[in-house]
Design a protein around this ligand. Structure first.
Ligand code: PEP
Ligand code: MG
Length: 549
């Protein structure tokens, strides 16, 4: 089979047997639910996500195969919006007190059988489409399959239409040699998770999953984005050699594990790690991370059907701080919403979730959830060097509100005689307004961390998840760089430090530019630490001529 090209999202070469995660759903057993409202909202949320996903696929198909062949996605969208179908699922949930997955599968089967009995061949064909869209909703509802897929001894290469963050977090990194997806983008959270785990990944290949078979041999090159199913002897030999060269380069970089990140002219920089799970600390230490620059705590909520308690969170944060042994750990307060909807939040459907109720907006509306996390963080601060980072800040008021919450939690802990240490507070500069207000924000906080994934999406009005416009998504766009420079200058004027924790931090073509802005911390996937350190150690800032547009 011929070579498929997608977007390389995590470097590394893998050769192995394929397992297709095709989201086809086996028979679902009925499960009784008590909270009918929550179940209805899970259904509507999953249905909407299925519609969004199909719209994305339709955009890609339109470009690749033209309007006629992409018509199938239109049909799927019509089915997903069908009033009779929606009403029947709702009444199955309400009347039968059953789970949304079960209701969708039952109603899907009834509709499919109805279509099969129709006279028109065209309508008969639609029965497969009803099953297809129902399965898509079910797979949106249910992120359990990847974990099931990882059962067994044999390592494999995972191919999927796309992965949800809740699915990607369940991958067993000792089994998954590489990931290949049909859609998806480099800065989607699923791709970020693969990268954090160091799993070679290619996204947005545009391939049809049905072209692939379980068990076939496949080559994946996560740097160039090349995927080759059924390689012949010559290709295998070529990629074995590339893999050996890649391993040699890794070994060269490993020499830098204990080397300080310092430019040739002596500027000290920290190369830290982004993590999503306490287990990721292993690879941070293996790769010589000088700290943790971003711990995305929302995965503690995503991998759960209830909120983690204060004690559960405290123990996790404490263990990460202890293992980092005095090195700085930046823990971000939860950034749920957008492409990370948490089942336990029961959020109402939003038309535009990236601009909806996410991150700090949720925390400020749900003090019960936020106070639990803030108390856990403060309690853990006694066990290491903790900094707390606030995501999606757009105003000064939000920061002041957060500071009040911290102050009242500290007062409570003092009264309860529970120890805590001084904690630095920082904001993510990931919205245009945060960058524009950075002179004022810099007065309120101890550090800035550039979230270039979101900053790029909001400045350029380019959805970071939308593979069909990925060529417009550019963290090096002059508009993004100008805003970063303004914020970095305001940080310097106020004597606070500045980090970059978005994915562009590992793009070594931008390292000198970021350094010349005054950024002193790069927080990247653990597997990228050594490459970024290598780059930093080769730069002489005194000889640098960086021009900003
Ligand atoms: C970012 O937006 O750059 C960032 C680091 O946050 P996330 O990718 O989790 O949205
Ligand atoms: Mg972000």
């Amino acid at each position: 089979m011929k070579k498929i090209t997608g977007v390389g999202a995590c470097e590394g070469i893998a050769i192995g047997k394929l397992r297709v995660f095709d989201n086809t759903v086996s028979t679902i057993a009925p499960r009784t639910v008590q909270d009918i409202e929550a179940e209805l909202s899970r259904f509507h949320d999953a249905r909407q996500r299925a519609i969004d996903k199909i719209e994305e696929l339709r955009g890609i198909a339109l470009k690749k195969v033209g309007p006629e062949d992409s018509m199938i996605f239109r049909i799927h969208q019509v089915l997903l919006n069908d009033h009779a179908y929606i009403a029947q699922v709702e009444s199955a949930i309400t009347g039968g007190h059953v789970s949304a997955e079960y209701a969708v599968q039952q109603v899907g089967a009834q509709f499919a059988s109805m279509f099969r009995q129709m006279e028109s061949p065209y309508m008969r064909e639609r029965s497969a489409d009803v099953v297809d869209v129902s399965n898509r909703i079910i797979s949106m509802l249910n992120g359990e399959h990847v974990r099931d897929l990882c059962e067994g001894e044999e390592p494999f290469i995972l191919a999927a239409q796309d992965l949800l963050p809740s699915e990607a977090i369940r991958m067993d990194r000792s089994k998954v040699l590489a990931v290949v997806t049909c859609t998806g983008s480099k800065t989607s959270h699923a791709a970020i998770l693969s990268r954090t785990m160091g799993i070679p990944t290619v996204v947005g290949t545009g391939m049809q999953l049905s072209m692939l078979n379980n068990g076939q041999t496949i080559v994946v090159d996560g740097a160039s984005g090349v995927v080759i199913p059924d390689p012949d002897e010559t290709i295998l030999w070529e990629y074995e050699r590339k893999r050996a060269a890649y391993e040699n380069d890794r070994q060269r970089l490993e020499q830098l594990v204990a080397v300080p990140s310092r430019t040739l002219d002596g500027t000290a920089v920290s190369v830290c790690a982004n993590i999503s799970h306490p287990d990721d600390v292993d690879s941070v230490l293996e790769n010589g991370g000088e700290g943790i620059g971003l711990f995305r705590t929302e995965y503690l909520y995503l991998d759960n059907d209830r909120f983690p308690t204060e004690k559960e969170q405290f123990l996790i944060y404490k263990s990460v701080l202890e293992r980092m042994a005095g090195r700085r750990v930046v823990i971000r307060t939860l950034d749920l919403g957008a492409d990370k909807p948490a089942p336990c939040l029961h959020m109402p459907h939003e038309e535009n979730p990236a601009m909806g109720c996410r991150a700090i907006r949720i925390c400020l509306r749900r003090p019960d959830i936020f106070i639990t996390q803030v108390r856990a963080l403060l309690r853990a601060s006694a066990y290491g060097k903790l900094s707390v980072l606030i995501p999606m800040v757009t105003s000064l008021d939000e920061v002041r509100h957060v500071k009040q919450t911290f102050a009242s939690c500290m007062a409570e802990l003092r009264e309860e005689k529970i120890p805590f240490a001084k904690v630095e507070l920082g904001v993510m500069i990931e919205t245009p307004s945060a960058a524009i207000l950075s002179d004022q924000l810099a007065n309120e906080v101890d550090f800035f961390s550039f979230g270039t994934n979101d900053l790029t999406q909001y400045v350029l009005a380019v959805d970071r998840m939308n593979a069909s416009i990925s060529e417009l998504y550019d963290p090096a766009h002059p508009a993004v760089l100008r805003l970063m420079r303004i914020a970095a200058e305001n940080a310097a004027k106020n004597g606070i430090w500045c980090a970059v924790c978005g994915e562009s931090g590992s793009n070594t073509d931008l390292t000198d530019l970021y350094l010349s802005m005054g950024i002193t911390e790069f927080s990247v996937a653990p597997s990228s630490i050594l490459r970024v350190r290598d780059k930093i150690c080769s730069i002489d800032l005194s000889k640098q001529e960086v021009s900003f547009v």
